[in-house]
Design a protein around this ligand. Structure first.
Ligand SMILES: NC(=O)C1=CN([C@@H]2O[C@H](COP(=O)(O)OP(=O)(O)OC[C@H]3O[C@@H](n4cnc5c(N)ncnc54)[C@H](O)[C@@H]3O)[C@@H](O)[C@H]2O)C=CC1
Ligand SMILES: Nc1nc(O)c(N)c(N[C@@H]2O[C@H](COP(=O)(O)O)[C@@H](O)[C@H]2O)n1
Length: 219
């Protein structure tokens, strides 16, 4: 099982502005790299905050990359995974459009009618945890379903929780040459934040892409 977090930040570590709207920090070459990372993984995971803010598709759109997946016996698309404790994923969200399999991770306390709406939209709902998705249990459940290489695209709340649970194996951060600012703008790792036992990251790659820098870490 390998969990690879990939995200793009401004120089000041923000994932988006305080308006939490999708912002293109990556340039074309980095977005193409992200697409290749998606294609190399069994699953692409986000938190529901990202679904609500960005309405991402999380699919591989490059036909050559889809063909490469099929040649190695993988399904054409990675499975989309949404961490969504209270089942807030809107039934008309793009992650539920049927263009790729989707798993929505919920807590057992999620309202039954919202869970049913997500299932009716075609997703598989997996319950892990009582009030909040229990990420170690959820990751084990994904592995049991053959989803062992998981790319995580954000956002900051989910990324922090994965680090807190020591579940991150690799971190790639594309730092775009821009400044966003704002005390309420989401950062790479939000949540409660660490006050001790800060994760030790091992810098294994530095590469200029477009107008920014890709930093790669083993975790
Ligand atoms: N620049 C980039 O690379 C990216 C930027 N973004 C931006 O990030 C923002 C969204 O990030 P966030 O608001 O932090 O939302 P998020 O995408 O991290 O989702 C957080 C939600 O996930 C659910 N969740 C379920 N189990 C959880 C757990 N164990 N720990 C934490 N969350 C759990 C909760 O409902 C929580 O509210 C948006 O502004 C979006 O545009 C998102 C992805 C990538
Ligand atoms: N790598 C990267 N660079 C940026 O500048 C970004 N804004 C993001 N955001 C992530 O990409 C998702 C968009 O997915 P689709 O193209 O709609 O499939 C978005 O939701 C974030 O997860 N990433």
């Amino acid at each position: 099982m390998v969990v690879h977090v990939n995200a793009a930040t401004s120089v000041d570590g923000k994932l988006a502005s305080r308006r939490r709207e999708q912002l293109a920090i990556s340039g074309p070459a980095d977005f193409a790299r992200v697409e290749r990372v998606r294609a190399a993984n069994d699953a692409v995971m986000v938190g529901v905050g990202t679904v609500l803010a960005d309405d991402p598709s999380l699919t591989v759109d490059d036909a050559e990359l889809v063909a490469e997946r099929e040649e190695r016996g993988a399904p054409p698309q990675p499975t989309r995974v949404v961490a969504d404790s209270t089942a807030r994923t809107p039934p008309d969200a793009r992650v539920l459009d049927g263009s790729a399999p989707t798993v929505v991770l919920v807590a057992s306390s999620a309202p039954a009618e919202r869970v049913a709406a997500i299932e009716d939209a075609g997703a598989t709902v997996v319950s892990a945890g009582a009030e909040r998705v229990d990420l170690p249990a959820a990751v084990d459940e994904l592995a049991a379903r053959g989803l062992v290489d998981v790319m995580v695209e954000g956002g900051g709340e989910l990324i922090f929780s994965l680090f807190e649970a020591s579940l991150v194996d690799e971190l790639s951060v594309y730092v775009g040459s821009t400044l966003i600012g704002g005390r309420d703008a989401p950062t790479l790792a939000d949540g409660e934040g660490f006050v001790a036992d800060y994760p030790d990251l091992d810098l294994v790659g530095v590469e200029r892409i477009d107008d920014g820098v890709l930093l790669r870490y083993d975790c």
